[in-house]
Design a protein around this ligand. Structure first.
Ligand SMILES: [Zn+2]
Length: 212
């Protein structure tokens, strides 16, 4: 059983890492870890803070309604509702939400398609359950919405046992895992794949070449 302090320290380290990669610039992104199942308690960064510079004691604990149970006066992010929606729908142990350039740009380009398909990349095997580059990873894309209830309603139908991440158009990526370590790996892999896909598409257009 991990202590509350260990969970806090690990979430801070993960946020610092994601920030160092340029995936949550400004005060963008948000990150949550499940502390308890029943009743559900989530550990999160408070709203409006630089995720590369959050102290463990500044993290907040919220309940299943998004109400803050613990925190040094920190408010819950509006995106808490979507974290709770994902956490409950896929029984995740951690949900990580990034604002990378690749996820932001590609999700706009593919908004009308409703998804992005990634295939042929060795790094797909970094996702749990994928054994070969000859796999197609489908990332659903939903329209952005400042109303978190409407955004959650748009995301919920895509959440099943096979979904590995969701893109919000012009906004960013939500990915998750059974625990924080797995969720972080999934974000790293999906962000790599999105960056590779973006550069591949750009080069294919410039050179009029593909590998097929
Ligand atoms: Zn966001």
């Amino acid at each position: 059983m991990r202590s509350d302090q260990e969970e806090r320290d690990d979430l801070v380290k993960t946020m610092q890492f994601l920030h160092s990669r340029g995936w949550c610039d400004g005060t963008g992104g948000n990150f949550s870890v499940r502390l308890a199942h029943d009743p559900l308690h989530l550990l999160m960064a408070p709203s409006g803070v630089d995720k590369g510079n959050v102290n463990a004691e500044d993290l907040i604990v919220v309940d299943a309604d998004g109400a803050v149970l613990e925190g040094n006066g920190g408010r819950a992010s509006a995106e808490t509702e979507l974290h709770l929606c994902i956490m409950c729908s896929v029984a995740a142990g951690a949900v990580l939400h990034t604002h990378s350039v690749a996820a932001t740009v590609l999700s706009r380009v593919h908004r009308r398609d409703g998804c992005i398909q990634l295939e042929g990349w060795e790094m797909l095997k970094g996702l749990n359950g994928i054994q070969s580059h000859e796999t197609t990873l489908v990332l659903p894309v939903v329209a952005n919405n400042q109303d978190m209830q409407q955004l959650s309603n748009a995301v919920r139908p895509h959440l099943n046992g096979t979904t590995r991440g969701i893109l919000v158009a012009g906004h960013g990526l939500y990915a998750w895992g059974d625990n924080l370590e797995q969720a972080r790996r999934h974000v790293e892999i999906i962000e790599f794949l999105l960056s590779a896909h973006l550069q591949y598409q750009q080069l294919c257009t410039m050179t009029n070449k593909t590998d097929s």
